[in-house]
Design a protein around this ligand. Structure first.
Ligand code: 8NA
Ligand code: MG
Ligand code: MG
Length: 343
């Protein structure tokens, strides 16, 4: 295909930062009334010196971006070092309770295999949290080739998440951004079908099959959830309760990546309960927040997908102004755009 506009790259990276910063307000809450979500969002328009801080999602995404840009591609040692250094400098960003141990071990100068600390997590099973997926968008923004997107999304996630239900969540998120960047969200049914067919191949691998069995999940667990996304898309109306019970809103990648994809798809059209003046990106972020649970991470992932689709013009300047790191994300998006298109 031809060149992809820089606006989509900015939309993806800034959309992710906005989701994290704006979503932090409701992280861990039970289902949130839309009225409260809208109050929070209206507050951003009115408050001229608001500051919403970013969390682990953006902190680690920044490390991924800086590593890819500095090294001109994937370098596991460099990326691991950046994660460890970022955590050392700024440990209070709301990291998962397990991943902290990995980040401490990654700081050790004696460490020769940077994937080893992640493999030791949870009795050797590795983490299935969404911490690999929440930082996966840059892989789609750095590599044009889909095989590279998949390969490096896995390796980047495996630095902290060695369970296939963790790193395959990162692959799914990266693929969603990859296709959104190409404009594929314009045909929602084709978009979800592409994701299902890619993930069928990914999840057919032996490790994925044995992890699914060990965790009592159905065969091809991400595919199973994507089929549920498809079913929900076909329904004439969908309640927040159904989204939570069918797809989840939790900290496992399996309970949050398909959810984020659904949010982006569902909010392509105006929806009852969401302000008419909202564009698609605003709808997507508001909708994610109303689900409660891991709101910062689900909004971060949905924000990247929706941002890649709508582009930077869809980002409300008043929201961007309130979010720590959003300005910088815009500059990095331009450099990723160059890396993506380099011959
Ligand atoms: P992680 O690797 O520590 O995983 C997160 C949590 O998932 C762990 O602490 C465990 O409770 C559980 N978990 C993961 N793998 C396994 C396993 N194999 N067996 C048993 N339990 C397991 O951290 P992460 O980087 O994946 O982070 C995930 C989320 O947690 C992120 O959204 C991040 O923001 C963070 N977080 C969430 C909340 C919240 O209330 N939702 C609050 C603070 C932090
Ligand atoms: Mg977070
Ligand atoms: Mg979170």
């Amino acid at each position: 295909g031809g060149a992809i506009s820089i606006s989509r790259f900015r939309g993806a990276l800034v959309g992710a930062v906005l989701g994290d910063c704006i979503g932090g307000e409701f992280e861990g809450a039970e289902e949130v009334p839309m009225e409260r979500v809208l109050q929070h969002l209206n507050g951003l328009d009115q408050d001229s010196d608001c500051i919403l801080q970013y969390s682990d999602d953006t902190a680690m995404t920044r490390c991924v971006v800086q590593s890819l840009l500095t090294r001109g591609g994937f370098d596991q040692q460099d990326m691991a070092h950046r994660f460890a250094e970022e955590y050392r400098r700024s440990p209070g960003r709301g990291y998962g309770s397990g991943v902290i141990q990995v980040l401490r071990k990654l700081a050790s100068p004696q460490l020769s295999d940077v994937f080893q600390p992640a493999r030791a997590q949870f009795g050797g099973r590795g983490s299935f949290g969404n911490g690999g997926a929440m930082r996966a968008a840059p892989f789609a923004l750095a590599f044009r080739n889909i095989a590279d997107v998949k390969r490096y999304a896995v390796l980047g996630a495996m630095l902290t998440h060695s369970c296939s239900l963790g790193y395959n969540g990162a692959v799914l998120q990266a693929l969603a951004v990859h296709y959104a960047l190409q404009g594929a969200l314009a045909v929602p049914q084709a978009f979800i079908n592409k994701l299902i067919s890619e993930m069928e191949a990914v999840e057919s691998e032996d490790q994925a099959r044995s992890d699914a069995r060990a965790l009592n999940e159905p065969e091809l667990p991400f595919c199973a959830r994507l089929h549920r996304v498809k079913e929900l898309m076909e329904q004439s109306s969908v309640s927040v309760e159904e989204v939570i019970s069918e797809l989840g809103n939790g900290i496992a990648a399996l309970h949050s990546v398909p959810t984020a994809i659904f949010c982006a798809l569902h909010c392509l059209e105006p929806r009852a309960g969401l302000p008419e003046q909202y564009g698609g990106l605003e709808r997507t972020l508001a909708y994610c927040l109303a689900l409660g649970g891991d709101t910062d991470t689900i909004a971060c992932m949905a924000g990247a997908i929706a941002g890649a689709h709508y582009g930077a013009d869809a980002i409300p300047p008043s929201w961007q102004r309130c979010c720590e790191g959003a300005e910088e994300a815009e500059a990095w998006a331009s450099r990723l755009h160059q890396l993506y298109h380099q011959p």
